[in-house]
Design a binder for this molecule. Structure first.
Ligand code: FES
Length: 204
């Protein structure tokens, strides 16, 4: 049952200032708190107060999200696929792994070629495996001794030294990318947007 104090408060004159209004609300809440509760009833003011707080938080969260979203431009930044990898004389014989590009650059005397380290099965990074003994393999009609292979640690695909897949689920050979010499400073440029034949060699 509502207290007489609470009932009388409805007939009070409207507060003239914000401070008075605040004091009135405080008094009403205290009176409401003092009321005896019956089981199963919920304080209407408390419910409305919680509803008000919830609505305010929802509105603030929405505004904050919109603000943060506006700070982020709708642009996807992709790594450049054509880049310099250094001067030819900086490479030693054999393969050099460029981890951040997932790429091998090979030097064979005065020729160069670039092989992708991305497994053609599901995209794991393959590892270059030096062989303890030279292995006689036949590829594209010719036989030769290879000294290294590429092995994928994820599902066991294996590739010969020229990138040809021969074991595991890999469906095709590793990609080869176009190499060229930069006209301005003579560095080697790899273009990962241009897949070339396995026989491609850049002679410098
Ligand atoms: S990702 Fe290389 S074998 Fe599956």
């Amino acid at each position: 049952m509502k207290s007489v104090k609470s009932w009388l408060s409805k007939f009070r004159a409207k507060p003239a200032t914000e401070a008075e209004r605040f004091e009135q609300i405080k008094a009403e809440i205290l009176a409401d708190e003092a009321e005896p509760r019956t089981e199963g009833t919920t304080s209407r003011r408390k419910f409305l107060a919680r509803l008000g707080v919830g609505a305010t938080l929802t509105a603030l969260t929405g505004q904050a999200f919109a603000y943060l979203r506006a700070l982020k431009p709708n642009v996807l930044y992709e790594e450049p696929q054509r880049f310099k990898v250094g001067a030819a004389d900086q490479f030693s014989e054999g393969g050099k792994f460029l981890e951040d590009k997932r790429l091998f650059v090979f030097k064979d005397r005065n020729t160069f070629y670039a092989v992708s380290a991305t497994c053609t099965h599901l995209g794991c990074t393959v590892k270059m495996q030096k062989l303890n003994q030279k292995k006689r393999v036949k590829m594209r009609g010719r036989e030769f001794d290879e000294q290294y292979e590429f092995h994928c640690p994820c599902h066991g695909s294996k590739y010969y030294g020229d990138g040809t897949n021969y074991a595991g689920p890999a469906p095709r050979p590793l990609d080869y990318f176009k190499l060229e010499v930069a006209p301005d400073d003579g560095q080697l440029i790899v273009d990962m947007d241009q897949i070339v034949d396995q026989n491609f060699r850049l002679t410098v």
